[in-house]
Each structure stands twice: as structure tokens, then as C-alpha cells.
Design a binder for this molecule. Sequence first.
Ligand code: GLV
Ligand code: GLV
Length: 339
Amino acid sequence: MASKPRVFVTRQIPEPGLNRIREYYEVDVWPEYTPPPYEVLLSKAKEYDALVTLLTDKIDCNLIEQSQPRLRIVAQYAVGYDNIDLDCATKHGVYVTNTPGVLTEAVADFTWGLILAVTRRIVEADQFVRSGEWYKTKTGWHPLMMLGFEVNGKTLGIIGMGRIGRAVAERAKGFKMRILYYDTRRLPEDVEKELNAEYVPLETLLKESDIVSIHVPLTEKTYHLIGEKELRMMKPTAYLVNTARGKVIDTNALVKALEEKWIAGAALDVFEEEPLPPDHPLTKFKNVVLAPHLGSATTETRTKMALLVADNLIAFYKGEVPPTLVNKDVVNVRKPGFH
Ligand code: GLV
Ligand code: GLV
């Protein structure tokens, strides 16, 4: 190709990544804070050789079909890619890459932040101080003031033992917890030993855990994995934490569980509807901690994600298989590169 291939980036991402991409591509960035509307995305997909996408960009089969013959690679700025029709992309020889690994530690840290925030009532406590409620009690310290739930020595149930689930388990060592995990695949025995994690059926995990933390991708199989039946299995003293995908939990069932106190509380970074409307029933519970999908949101991690997106695009440009290619079978449909 004589001139540089063109890439459309659907949102401003950290500059170091864009600069690296610019060495090989002509880069256009969607200038607005909100996602490009579907029609815009559709027209861009036809005019560009590559797209850098976010979870909020719907890359469905219609878009992929209409993008042909030009679009060759969709480089997703996220570890998850449930917004992309992968089978359709593969069928049309469109490469799809993601950003695994670089955000593992940030998401695990944030998960732990949420676990401690909800069990030790940190958000509620902050509100108590700021609102003047504490001052009104005329009591600096009281043996029974705002008692929380201690995580030390308790049982942590991890649903989805991929990179992030394992990093969450690593951190639990400091809290001397018993760790149960459930996944579609069992970890090798030495890894289980290293993490001190015990493989159990989902039902056992739900019944025995004090904290249940979700780390599965969103797929047809994990959609509403946690519904009424599962929530009813949990202990009334247990907490549910979700930094994975909102749709893994049936939100209506969770609201019911909180209203009827089947569980002690929840900490949520992801929702079935994002952004969460301020009048959503979840916002009325004091024992629920809410965050606006911030799992990977550190300057360091978001920069690493942008650099990994660049690495994928550049490898593809050079005719190499991108380092974090998702749809690996696509190499049988079309060789990497802009031939
Ligand atoms: C964020 O949710 C991601 O998948 O990276
Ligand atoms: C993703 O990084 C995962 O935890 O599987």
C-alpha cells in the first residue's frame, strides 16, 4: 500500500498509544465524549482500513458486512469484546484484537477496593462524616458505631478464574482467606496450590462464600448467571461483587435480593444499563457501593492498553499475527496485513 492505511479511533485514548499508531497509520479520532452513533460508526467502517473500538461501540454483523472489502482489523481497547460479533468478523477475514494482561492488576486492585468499601462501609462512612451525622452524635468513637463485616479469615468465592480472578485470589492471601472458585475449566493443580484455591461447583461456592466476586466474560452462557435461584443460595451475611459485566447478574433479581435481605450487600462497577440512571433502585441501598465502570481506570493501565492497541495494529500492518489476536481462526481466512 502506497500511502498509510487509515484507522478510525472511536474515542480519545491516551496520547502515547495514538502517537505510536501514527508512525504506521493515518489516525482520525472521534472528538466527542459520547460514542459515535451507530450510523457514524457504519460509515467510518466503510471508509477506514482499521478501527479502534470501545465496549460501547456495537460491531455487529451488519456493520462488518458493510465494512467489506476495506476494513481489515478491529483493535478493541478493552479486555472484553462482547460488543463485537466475532464469528462474523472471522468469516469476513476481519482481525479482532483486545487488551488482556495489562489491566489485570488494576482490575484486581479495584475489586479489592470494592470488597473493603462494601464490607467496611467506607462510602457510607464518608457520607456520615460529610453530612454532619457524625458530628450530631457528639461522640467521637463508640464501640457499636458503624460496625462492618471482617474479611480476614473468611471465605472468598471467585466466579471465573482467568487472569483477573487469579490476581484477586493472590491479593486474598494477605487477608488469610479460604478461596473457592468456579470456572468452566479447572486450573492445573500446581496453580491451585499456589493460589490456595479450591475448585467447587457454583452451588457450593454460592452457599459457602462470604464474598462472591465475579470475573467471567459476558457470553451466552454467563448472561444472567447470577439470578434469583443463585442469589437465594447465598448466605444472608454474604456480599456480591461485580467488576466483570453487568449482564452476568439479573439486576431485577439482585434488587429483590437486597430488598428482601437474602444477602448483606453488593459492590458493583458494571451494570446491565450503563450509565446507571440516578433513580435506579440500586441507588437507594446503603449497603450497595456503586462505581461507574472504573476497573481498569488508572493512568498507567489505560496507557498500557493504548500501547497494546498500537502493538496489535502495527504487527498487523507488518503482516504479522497481532500479539493479542482474539479470533485466532481468522488467519486461515486471510493473512494479516493490507495486501
Ligand atoms: C473493561 O470492561 C474491559 O473489558 O476492558
Ligand atoms: C481477563 O483478563 C481474565 O481475567 O480472564
